[in-house]
Design a protein around this ligand. Sequence first.
Ligand code: NAX
Length: 336
Amino acid sequence: MNDNQTSPIKVTVTGAAGNIAYSLLWRIGSGEVFGRDQRVDLTLSDIPSSMSVVEGVAMELNDSALHCVASVNLSDDPKTSFDGVQAAFLVGAKPRGKGESRADMLAANGKIFIDQGRAINEHAADDLRVVVVGNPANTNAYILNKAAPDVSSESITALMRLDHNRTLSMLANKFRTDGGDFGDVHSEEFQHVAVWGNHGDTQFPDLSYASARGTKLSEVLDQDWYVNDMIPRVAHRGAEIIEVRGKSSAASAASAAVDHMRDWYAGSNGKWVTAAVVSKGEYGVDPGLVFGMPVVGENGCLSVVEDLEISDFQRPRIDANIEALRAEAQLADELF
Ligand code: NAX
């Protein structure tokens, strides 16, 4: 860290008492998101009933004397949580309770994200970047965007990077165990992979443009495995983790959130990644829906990869996500 470094970036993490935050906060504090030369003022936000746990998390963060942490602050009030915020990880959300319908869950979360959206609208900094992690992530981000009309829609995203990373790692595992003459391929070698749509059952991990070492994957990958095994396995990976681990994905979700914000802030070096962004009507997606798309991080923005040709194989899979998110958005609209 040199003397010329700029002032600390204001970073807020909601759901700070939860599992994902317990991994995420340390990765941010170590410089893995904004770089080792950039300090951060961290605000740990949660609901009042979780604040004693947050106090403990803050004590441990302080005890870690992390390289990039300038200060650790606590807040259970959205106005304070988002005062001057430049990067927000919205992890806190209410899970679906026993006997609750999806509409009930949306209503509970709708209230959270309307309140947070209004506070962000009033209090956030101009160079704001938001990633919504709490589920239903895409529709929570849709609600937030609607509740914050003065904030640029380009500042609001939802996390689909975990689905993207799961796709890369399943591909790498397939080539490692069954790569034939093509052989072993590391997850970082795959290019032009994207996951379209919703962080839910309908999501579409798309290999139509994908390649490794200059070879199209369609020429070297078992298409039956891709369509019938890989696509549903990526979509249901969260449930698989819960079944095996007994708890939902936490470190991998935090890692994906780190990747998402880092590539947004510092760029993805021309590489395609996946983020759910507020649609401007690209690829037939209703404007306003928050939709997983291929993006490139450049000049501090996430730019959607445009003018891709969409085949008859892709179209119905993308459309299924448009329909799912449109239905959720209709329920969400009733909350305003
Ligand atoms: P935890 O149950 O461990 O923690 C949730 C935290 O949210 C708690 O501390 C709770 O007090 C807090 N909270 C509740 N209401 C709040 C509010 N109004 N404001 C601020 N905080 C509030 O869950 P965790 O495992 O950390 O997961 C958090 C969220 O991430 C869940 O909604 C989960 O479904 C979602 N996930 C999203 C993923 C994605 O890829 N988008 C993947 C992982 C994860 O399933």
